[in-house]
Design a protein around this ligand. Structure first.
Ligand code: IMP
Ligand code: MG
Length: 170
């Protein structure tokens, strides 16, 4: 199995991100919104490194599985979404690939009238991105490889791996 990012590398990267976020939100309170299910592990690690008044919420994004996958077919479940009106909100997702998912969620969350809205992703497959939207924070840029672990799945498996591995090289 080929490890792309080790547990230690991820830990250092997430700590660095937490430092940047904390500096940017000094004196503010923050609402962190994790996009399920992929952000689960990243979310849990990131929030424990943030020394800020903090609220945590989740939303679920799923796409129709079929031959066509377009931004319009993203289904957002917001039943567990906290009230974000007038709050400083940070969306957290596992990976920015084509970018459609996060760009769509960003747009939809704007309609809930947060005071501010930014986004943070652990991984960014820059070569594959097709939208103009960019996450405000990212931890690692990775090549165009399908990866699993640290929350990321293949067919709902491997999310529990403590590192990130390239799937075809496992
Ligand atoms: P996007 O809309 O193309 O940016 O896709 C984002 C979503 O696709 C992520 O939230 C993941 O659920 C999934 N995804 C994209 N690339 C990978 C990967 O390499 N491994 C696992 N899931 C991925
Ligand atoms: Mg996902």
């Amino acid at each position: 199995m080929r490890v792309l990012l080790s547990t230690d590398e991820i830990d250092v990267g997430v700590s660095d991100l937490a430092g940047r976020i904390q500096a940017d939100y000094t004196g503010q309170s923050l609402t962190v919104l994790g996009v399920l299910t992929g952000s689960l592990v990243f979310l849990a690690d990131l929030i424990r490194k943030l020394d800020l008044p903090l609220r945590v919420g989740v939303l679920q994004a799923s796409s129709y599985r079929g031959e066509t996958k377009t931004a319009g077919q993203l289904i957002l479940q917001t039943a567990m979404l906290p009230d974000i009106v007038d709050r400083d909100v940070l969306l957290v997702d596992d990976i920015f690939d084509t970018g459609r998912t996060l760009a769509t969620i960003f747009e939809q969350m704007q309609s809930h009238r947060p005071r501010s809205l930014r986004s943070a992703v652990l991984l960014w497959k820059e070569e594959r991105t097709i939208v103009e939207y960019r996450p405000d924070y990212h931890v690692f840029r990775i090549p165009d490889k399908f990866v699993v672990g640290y929350g990321l799945d293949y067919d709902d498996q491997y999310r529990h791996l403590p590192h990130i591995a390239a799937y075809d090289e496992m």
